[in-house]
Ligand binder design. Sequence first.
Ligand SMILES: Nc1nc2c(c(=O)[nH]1)N[C@H]1C(S)=C(S)[C@@H](COP(=O)(O)OP(=O)(O)OC[C@H]3O[C@@H](n4cnc5c(N)ncnc54)[C@H](O)[C@@H]3O)O[C@H]1N2
Ligand code: MOO
Ligand SMILES: [Mg+2]
Length: 394
Amino acid sequence: MAVDEALRQLLATARGTPFTACELVSLRQADGRVLAEDLRAAIDLPPWANSAMDGYAMRLDDLATQPLSVSQTVFAGQAPGPLQAGSCARVFTGAPIPAGADCVQLQENCRLDEQGRVSSLTTLRLGDNIRPQGNEIRAGAPLLAAGTVLNPIALGVLASQGISRVSVVSRPKVALLSSGDELAGEGAILGPGQIFDSNRVVLASLLDRLGCEVIDLGRVPDDPALLRAALTQVAGIELIISSAGVSVGDADCIGALLREAGEVKLWKLAIKPGKPFTFGHVGTIPLLGLPGNPGSALVTFLLLARPYLLARMGVARLEPMRVPVVAGFSWSKAGKRQEYLRVRLDGGRARLLENQSSATLLSAVQADGLLEVPAGETFEAGDVLDFLSFDGVF
Ligand SMILES: Nc1nc2c(c(=O)[nH]1)N[C@H]1C(S)=C(S)[C@@H](COP(=O)(O)OP(=O)(O)OC[C@H]3O[C@@H](n4cnc5c(N)ncnc54)[C@H](O)[C@@H]3O)O[C@H]1N2
Ligand code: MOO
Ligand SMILES: [Mg+2]
């Protein structure tokens, strides 16, 4: 199955099974969380007309009779009285505009005489250097839509509205496990044939960044019964993510687990790395089975697991951002699978990192992102391809 079709099916399933729980959090707890409600502006912004510059607030009609005496001084945070006819007001940036004033002249463009009276040295137009009330947004207008991933800017927008708590999608409970008899944990001395488990920390950290509550089930041997036992330990799991054991080897037992205790929905995609990616259910709980090779687990997480999770969280923008990038190398072997090459951007061109093996993470840590090569295609240096940046993803 093509990657696009698998993604389409995963997203359709995800949209049909959204995470519905939400919670009220403070803005400082809301960074990276998904807004659960449509929000409208509570107040006009700015709440009152204010000066964009340090200078003098005037009435255009009074400029015919300058110099103008200064009838009041208004700092930001003060409440001015109305502007006396035939005078101007000393104002500073952010200060409310006195009623009756219709423009502000910069102090650099004013001359003060010995009596402290002000003349404008340049012509002014109605509204110059005034930020009108409600100019940015009117009370009641749509502010942020449900499904927005709150970032520091969005939090600032909420704070500027006096909003201090927001309803966000509760952290989905995701059970994570590494399957494999060969896996050793941190601090272990490697026995014969053993390797350290690296996938779990990668996936747990990626899940943290998506705002999930990671239930770490640790390393589980290649045994469907033990896998099943591990999964029944915790209540309330909303999704299972496993790594390894999805290919055709005698010890690959995620498929057996799904067939015994649930169902297999997707298996084997035209994606490189990541071919044996699996999606199914253990009982009623969805399971995303990522391949064990660390490069394959990473790529399938980014391209399939991440959008699936975001869709269940109600996020509108799901996929990593694709941008056109010029290839700095040629590719002559057309593959049967859509391929994701680890590349670095040097001078705006994609440079292929040396080791593209799905078994290594070292080229991925040097990469800026992935270059997408459609199945059956070759390309020349100078051709433009889609690039999926790691920026914004991690
Ligand atoms: N006869 C075939 N063999 C394989 C095929 C195939 O089509 N026919 N597909 C290959 C592809 S492509 C991939 S990708 C891998 C996927 O393997 P599995 O998902 O079954 O994973 P394992 O066999 O358990 O492990 C693969 C590899 O990854 C290492 N690994 C596993 N877990 C971890 C971990 N937590 N941290 C670090 N490294 C891990 C494991 O030791 C193996 O070296 O199958 C190919 N075979
Ligand atoms: O699909 Mo596998 O990930 O090539 O090694
Ligand atoms: Mg295997």
